[in-house]
Design a protein. Structure first.
Lengths: 271, 152, 104
């Protein structure tokens, strides 16, 4: 048999298409699909959440007790916060539900409204508070979340998020964590409207309790001035920019011509 | 956010470095394939040259090649959708051709290599990574035949 | 010892055969090589360390097969085949087998 040496010039085993184009097509396609499903499910949650009965909500609350497991229930500070919260809740007269405040030692500057009427304040936030009025504003803001049932919406969306990424990419892969953080950021942009609504609610309660709006925006302004500090990054991510919040609160005050009075100092030590 | 930036950096690095490596490798492959055109590797078990062979021996060549980060992510995305995984095509092609070349280089003075076999296996990366098919080994082996020179 | 992967040893005749001979070795990845391989995994390309490792290991498996053939009094192994399988996470078995023969 004769051998004729001839080179193969055309590589048939490797596609000629651009891998970059394939990459972006796939990435955008998958992201669009996930976001689409997510928005759809999220809207469903928004429709369902306001219809969840308080009894079911209390059952759900059992899932979150670990959040405030680290607190010291007998501290005098907590008793004072609880008294303040009771005042505000009475001023609101919104429902007969018993709200409870918890203080968790954590440098986070944030507060969370959890199912079952629990408000968790992180001690990092308490360290930043200068007056009782500011604190009342923050507690009022969280009561606003309960009033608008944002806490259930957020929870439902969170569950959707975890379910989606787990379904798409497996329970504990790097890609699924990445996707989660990406979707959380998107989600937080949707929620900024809710935050501003809760601010309005908090302001309302503040005025009902003290008769004036003093201290309403002080806390957010202080946070804004310290912007750039790492410990605030969480607050920035989940809430509107403090600057924008301060502006919207002040606009609200001037529009409704609410008087601004002296603030009551808040001491961290027990009296 | 920092995670995302690192990921994007790795993907970009993988894309640029990976395609540069691939181009260089293909250049080297085609140059050497040209140089070894005189030594055919066939899958025949028997061949006319076997009758007047003076020497025969087993020759092997292997290459372990890894895909770059960009293509690994691309294949991961493709795995979600299904379809042809183009990202791995060049990886396997390069590994096989490199292995065959190394087999020929193991005995460059041979006249023919008969019964050539090519085998591919994936080297598992370990850990919880699902995309373990990112490093592959290609092995080529056959019997190199030296034919008795005419007139000796 | 002459090794081929065809049924004969060209230019020689097989006088007798001794049946199957095999050699195998299981290797785990080397830690030092793995660090380099980790870097290479980002940019792609050949993992030279691994190529060397596979080559050495296959040589060892072939060597063991040859030892076995020598015990039987063979001077050639025909129809040699190689197989690779990953037996555990990060470990691979390299396996060589063939038929031991005596050629004249």
């Amino acid at each position: 048999m004769k051998y004729t040496p001839r080179p193969i010039t055309e590589n048939v085993n490797v596609s000629k298409t651009s891998p970059l184009r394939e990459f972006f097509t796939l990435l955008l396609g998958i992201l669009a699909f996930l976001v689409g499903v997510y928005v759809l499910l999220g809207l469903t949650v928004d429709l369902v959440a306001p219809r969840i009965s308080p009894r079911l909500e209390d059952r759900l609350a059992g899932l979150f007790t670990s959040f405030y497991a680290a607190e010291d229930p007998a501290s005098p500070q907590r008793a004072r916060l609880q008294a303040l919260l009771d005042d505000l809740s009475a001023a609101a007269g919104q429902d007969e539900r018993q709200y409870q405040v918890h203080v968790v030692p954590d440098p986070l500057v944030n507060a969370v409204a959890l199912p079952g009427g629990h408000i968790v304040l992180f001690s990092g936030l308490l360290d930043q508070v200068a007056s009782e009025n500011e604190l009342a504003m923050i507690l009022g803001h969280e009561l606003g979340h309960f009033g608008n049932r944002d806490h259930l919406k957020g929870l439902g969306r969170g569950l959707v998020l975890v379910f989606l990424s787990a379904a798409a990419l497996g329970v504990d892969s790097k890609a699924s964590r990445m996707l989660q953080s990406l979707l959380v950021t998107t989600e937080m942009r949707f929620s900024r409207k809710q935050e501003l609504l809760a601010d309005a609610w908090g302001l309302e309660l503040l005025v009902r309790k003290y008769g004036h709006a003093g201290g309403a925006s002080d806390f957010f302004r202080r946070v804004h001035e310290q912007e750039g500090g790492k410990r605030f990054s969480y607050l920035f991510a989940t809430h509107p920019y403090p600057e924008k919040r301060v502006r919207s609160i002040e606009m609200f005050i001037s529009e409704r011509e609410i008087p601004v009075g002296e603030t009551v100092p808040f001491s961290r030590q027990s009296p | 956010m920092a995670d995302l930036l690192i990921l994007m950096g790795l993907i970009a690095l993988g894309y640029f470095a990976g395609s540069a490596t691939e181009r260089r490798h293909y250049r080297s492959i085609s140059k050497r394939e040209e140089a070894f055109l005189h030594l055919p590797a066939v899958t025949f078990r028997s061949h006319g040259s076997l009758a007047d062979a003076s020497e025969s021996r087993l020759v092997t060549g292997c290459a372990v090649i890894s895909v770059d980060y960009f293509k690994r992510i691309l294949a991961g995305l493709r795995a979600l959708v299904g379809g042809r995984v183009k990202a791995y095509e060049s990886l396997l092609d390069r590994a096989r051709r490199e292995a065959v070349l190394r087999m020929k280089e193991a005995d460059p003075t041979a006249d023919i290599i008969v019964n050539t076999r090519i085998e591919t296996s994936s080297i598992s990366k370990g850990g919880s990574n699902r995309q373990s098919v990112s490093t592959i080994e290609a092995l080529a082996y056959g019997t190199a035949i030296h034919v008795k020179k005419k007139g000796t | 010892m002459i090794l081929t992967n065809i049924e004969t040893v060209p230019g020689k005749t097989i006088a007798e055969h001794f049946g199957l001979v095999q050699g195998s070795t299981i290797r785990a990845k080397h830690v030092g090589r793995d660090i380099m391989a980790g870097l290479k995994n980002i940019v792609g390309g050949e993992l030279k360390g691994y190529t060397e490792l596979m080559k050495e290991s296959r040589k060892e498996a072939t060597g063991r097969m040859i030892d076995e053939a020598r015990q039987l009094g063979a001077n050639a192994i025909v129809n040699v085949r190689y197989a690779t399988s990953s037996v555990a996470q990060g470990a691979a078995e390299l396996f060589a087998y063939g038929t031991a023969v005596r050629v004249e």
